[in-house]
Write a protein that binds this ligand. Structure first.
Ligand code: NAD
Ligand code: MG
Length: 379
C-alpha cells in the first residue's frame, strides 16, 4: 500500500507493508521522519501501553535517543532506557541477563512494549529479551541500519550468541510494529550501508528479476544518498520478506531461501571471527556470487547470470571474493559449512538458482562442486 496514510511530513510519502500473520499481523512503516512520530505510532499500535522500555546501543542512542524520548513523552508514554555497547559482542547471554534485570527492575508489565532502537544487534538482543521476559511482552522495532530495515527487524527471529556459535540461543517473537525511518540511514557509515545493500540485492536474486534490473539501474544512486530510491528498495525488500515470513514463519521450507549466499558467507565469517574484518553483508555478497557460481557448475544457472551478479555487486563496492591477502583453507571452510545451523541429517541444504530471480533449495549438491567453487574464488 503506497500512499500518505501516515501523512509523512517531508520527502517521499511513507509506505506501509503489512506482515500477514493473522491475529499477529503487523505493519512496517517505511519513510522519512518516522522517528519523530514514534510516540503516536506506538500508541496507535498499542493503545493500552502507558510506558515503554527502550533498548539501544551507545552510538545510536547518542544520535537518536533524544528525539525518540521526546516523541514518547509527547504521546504520554513514560519510558526508561537501557544502553549497551555497539557491536556484535552485545548479543551475549551476559548482556541479556543485565537487560532482563533492568526490564524487571523497571516494573515491566505484560503490556509494556520493549522498543529496539538500533541495528540488528539491538533488535536481536532486545527482541529476545522481549520474547522471554514475563513469557513475552510487545516488541517495537525501530531499525536504524539498512540491514535491519530490510532484514532483521522483520520476521520475528530474535537471538543472542553462544560460545558454541552465533544466534544459537533465541526465539521466534514477532514485533507489533516496525518503523523504518529512512532518514536515520544518513548517519550510517558507508561500509555498513553497503553491507545492508547486499541483503537488499538478495531479494532480487531470490525471486524478483525485475528488482535486480532496477538495482542495476538505481543501486549506485540510492547508495550515494537518493532517499526515494532507498525507501523504494526497503519497501520492495520488506514486501519480499513479509511474503516469505507469512508463508513459512518458522522456516519449515520456503523461508530458507532467505539464506541465499549465507552458507558460504557464514563459513567465511567463522574464519574471520564475525568482526570488522568481514561484515555479515559483505560475507553474504561473496556468498551469493559463490552460490551462483555453484549453480552454474552443477548445470543450473547460465554463466551470464553469474557474471551479472558479480559485476553489479563489485560495481557498487562490495567484495565478491574472499580477501586474497588472507590465507584460506578449503577444508576448514567445508568444515564450517558442514556445521551450519541449517544442516539436517548431516546434509547441507544449498540455496541455488536457475538464474537471477529463480532461487530454490537443493539438498544433494556434490561436495566436489562446492570445492570447485571455493577453489575458483580463492585462486
Ligand atoms: P549493528 O546493529 O551492529 O549495527 C552496525 C553498526 O552501525 C553499529 O556500530 C551501530 O552502532 C551502528 N549504527 C546503527 N545505526 C546507525 C545509524 N543510523 N547511524 C550511525 N551508526 C549506526 O549491525 P547490523 O548490521 O544492523 O545487524 C547485524 C546483526 O543482525 C547480526 O547480529 C545478525 O546476526 C543480525 N541479524 C538478524 C536477523 C534476524 O532475522 N533476526 C537477520 C539478519 C541479521
Ligand atoms: Mg543475513
Amino acid at each position: 500500500v503506497v500512499g500518505d496514510v501516515l501523512g509523512a511530513p517531508r520527502g517521499a510519502p511513507a509506505v506501509t507493508v503489512e506482515v500477514a500473520l493473522g491475529d499477529r499481523a503487523y505493519p512496517i512503516h517505511i519513510g522519512p521522519g518516522l522517528l519523530g512520530r514514534a510516540g503516536e505510532l506506538v500508541r496507535a499500535a498499542l493503545p493500552k501501553a502507558g510506558r515503554a522500555f527502550v533498548v539501544s546501543d551507545e552510538t545510536v542512542a547518542g544520535l537518536y535517543l533524544e528525539p525518540l524520548a521526546a516523541t514518547l513523552e509527547a504521546a504520554g508514554l513514560a519510558w526508561t532506557g537501557h544502553i549497551v555497547p555497539a557491536g556484535e559482542a552485545s548479543k551475549s547471554v551476559g548482556r541479556l541477563e543485565a537487560l532482563l534485570d533492568a526490564m524487571l527492575g523497571f516494573g515491566l508489565e505484560r503490556g509494556t512494549p520493549v522498543i529496539a532502537l538500533g541495528g540488528g544487534v539491538v533488535g536481536d538482543l532486545a527482541g529476545f529479551a522481549a520474547a522471554v521476559a514475563l513469557r513475552g511482552v510487545p516488541l517495537v522495532q525501530i531499525p536504524t541500519t539498512l540491514l535491519s530495515q530490510v532484514d532483521s527487524s522483520v520476521g520475528g527471529k530474535t537471538a543472542v550468541n553462544s560460545r558454541h556459535g552465533k544466534n544459537l540461543i533465541g526465539a521466534f517473537h514477532q514485533p507489533r510494529l516496525v518503523l523504518a525511518d529512512t532518514d536515520t540511514l544518513d548517519s550510517l557509515p558507508p561500509r555498513e550501508l553497503l553491507a545492508g545493500y547486499a541483503e537488499t540485492a538478495k531479494y532480487g536474486l531470490i525471486g524478483d528479476a525485475g528488482f535486480w534490473d532496477w538495482l542495476e539501474a538505481n543501486g549506485a544512486a540510492l547508495l550515494a544518498g537518493d532517499a526515494r530510491g532507498r525507501a523504494e528498495a526497503i519497501a520492495v525488500s520488506c514486501r519480499a520478506k513479509a511474503a516469505v515470513v507469512a508463508a513459512d514463519e518458522r522456516e519449515a521450507g520456503q523461508r530458507a531461501l532467505l539464506n541465499l549466499g549465507h552458507t558460504f558467507g557464514h563459513a567465511l565469517e567463522a574464519e574471520t571471527g564475525y568482526g570488522a574484518a568481514l561484515l555479515h553483508g559483505e560475507a553474504v555478497a561473496i556468498g551469493m556470487v559463490m552460490a551462483f557460481d555453484l549453480s552454474h557448475r552443477i548445470g543450473l544457472c547460465p554463466g551470464q547470470d553469474v557474471a551479472r551478479v558479480r559485476r553489479h555487486l563489485e560495481a557498487v563496492g562490495l567484495p565478491v571474493r574472499p580477501d586474497p591477502a588472507r590465507s584460506w583453507d578449503i577444508d576448514r571452510l567445508m568444515g564450517h559449512m558442514a556445521r551450519d545451523k541449517k544442516v539436517e541429517d548431516g546434509r547441507v541444504t544449498f540455496v541455488v538458482a536457475d538464474g537471477i530471480g529463480k532461487a530454490h533449495l537443493k539438498r544433494d549438491v556434490p561436495a566436489a562442486a562446492v570445492r570447485e567453487t571455493l577453489a575458483a574464488a580463492l585462486s
